[in-house]
Write a protein that binds this ligand. Structure first.
Ligand SMILES: [Fe+2]
Length: 459
């Protein structure tokens, strides 16, 4: 005993010294002092191999899939042909060498200033069997390309399922590292993407060629796994100076989502059920004030969530409500004021956002007591509140947000200015394990992690 205590004390002191070197402790949680280059990122050159056009006449390119209805028994398949429309047909089946079924899609195209898109095909496969591997072929009649995907298990309260989280990806060298790290995780089954896809709008006249290169870059994942889309500010593409006044034109032509199946009237806010999760996607850049379509939809939507069927209630949005970086500070505030009481009342488990090019995780806090005269405007610990995670650290050309408000606010549990991605691994109705992976580490190394205890089912 006499010998044991000093050695334990020594170990404790050693740990304190080591951790003091790694992190700065402030009023709030932990600010990681992990240091890296702070200069802006550089987009991969247009002739990079990741952007290469698949060989063959009118070969389908930019292939991507997303959930096609509310319960996951449908899949929307999309691709682009450049030479001529070609066929919008998809052949598919469960036997790789025998694609017994077919579905007919449609194509669309659009002009943006002096750019004209290719033929953008969308085809929905319906009545798919759950938890089944399907093979599919597109480019029928010209150059056929084959891919595969696995449908989610039937919706149920204890169905394990693993989501990846990526935001603000862009098409820089860092973006490529992020995607490669995500892909190296064999567990991840679906990407929850929190907005800001291609960053084409950072080019002169929003050069939409960079929408095409982005589609080809991410195809190695998006053709095989559904990516659940959230619209960010870089999807708005509002450019009246060149006569482009229809917001979201490139995004909404290229990326279809199953908004109608959740009763939404626009493709920027919608919901899906997948395995044991209920995922609500909100639109930071569409109206959300009282009486607006999004407000009315969300008000009606939240009571529909049956936690006995889908225990995990996850919300995606682009602009974070709780963000302690000096970038986009308080941009999410007006939406927070509108919807935060509903999130607390309905015990949302976690909110994922992007926009800020860094990583941050909050404690469970709410700030809903304020009523204009009582002065109660400080976030307070709240066990019914979600954890807010900012994961806008995909690695786009704009570079890292590395300037933080000081001291770290009480509500902020962990923050670090690094690129990376996260994994949300649902085990059953009560437990999920969450890990954030910075790009500088291998995929197996978690730079931040926590166990989530379901807000509805926790004891
Ligand atoms: Fe953004």
């Amino acid at each position: 005993m006499g010998r044991w205590w000093p050695s334990r004390l020594l170990l404790g002191l050693l740990c304190a010294v080591v951790s003091a070197g790694l992190v700065g402790r402030t009023d709030g949680g932990v600010t990681s002092s992990f240091v890296r280059k702070a200069e802006k990122g550089v987009d991969m050159p247009i002739d990079s191999d990741v952007f290469s056009v698949p060989p063959g006449y009118n070969a389908p390119q930019q292939v991507h899939i997303t959930q096609g209805n509310h319960d996951g028994s449908a899949m929307i398949l999309s691709w682009v042909t450049e030479d001529e429309p070609g066929s919008s047909k998809v052949l598919y089946g469960t036997d790789k060498d025998q694609l017994d079924f077919y579905a007919e899609g449609k194509y669309t195209r659009y002009k943006f200033y002096n750019y004209t898109s290719g033929y953008i095909h969308h085809c929905t496969l319906r009545h798919l069997k759950h938890d089944t591997k399907y093979y599919y072929a597109v480019g029928i009649g010209h150059t056929i390309r084959k891919f595969w995907f696995t449908t989610p298990p039937e919706v149920g309260p204890d169905v394990p399922y693993t989501f990846g989280l990526i935001g603000d990806l862009g098409q820089s060298h860092d973006s490529n590292v992020t995607l490669t790290h995500y892909e190296s995780n064999p567990k991840a089954q679906t990407v929850l993407f929190v907005g800001d896809l291609s960053y084409a709008d950072t080019y002169p006249n929003h050069d939409n060629v960079r929408w095409d290169t982005w589609g080809r870059f991410v195809e190695r994942s998006t053709a095989y796994q559904p990516w659940i889309w959230t619209a960010g500010n870089h999807e708005i593409d509002f450019a009246p100076e060149i006569g482009e006044t229809v917001p979201f034109k490139p995004f909404s032509h290229r990326y279809h989502v199953p908004y109608r199946s959740s009763g939404s009237t626009a493709p920027f806010w919608y919901s899906i059920k997948r395995a044991s999760a209920y995922i609500i996607v909100l639109a930071s850049y569409s109206a959300y004030g009282k009486y607006t379509p999004q407000y009315q939809w969300l008000e009606a939507e939240l009571p529909k969530v049956n936690r006995s069927e889908t225990p995990w209630l996850i919300v995606l949005m682009h602009s974070p409500w709780y963000n302690s970086y000096n970038y986009h500070y308080m941009e999410g505030e007006s939406m927070r004021v509108m919807f935060e009481p509903w999130f607390v009342k309905n015990k949302v488990d976690v909110v994922f956002a992007g926009h800020v090019h860094a990583y941050e995780r909050s404690h469970r806090v709410s700030n809903i007591a304020y009523n204009i005269v009582n002065g109660k405007c400080k976030p307070v610990p709240d066990e019914s509140a979600p954890v807010y995670i900012t994961i806008g650290d995909g690695g786009n050309l704009e570079g890292l947000a590395n300037n933080m408000t000081e001291p770290q606010p009480d509500y902020s549990a962990f923050r670090e200015a690094s690129f990376g991605h996260a994994i949300f691994e649902i085990k059953n109705r009560t437990h999920a394990y969450y890990t954030w992976h910075r790009n500088q580490d291998g995929n197996a190394v978690a730079a931040d992690s926590m166990w989530f205890y379901n807000r509805y089912w926790k004891s």
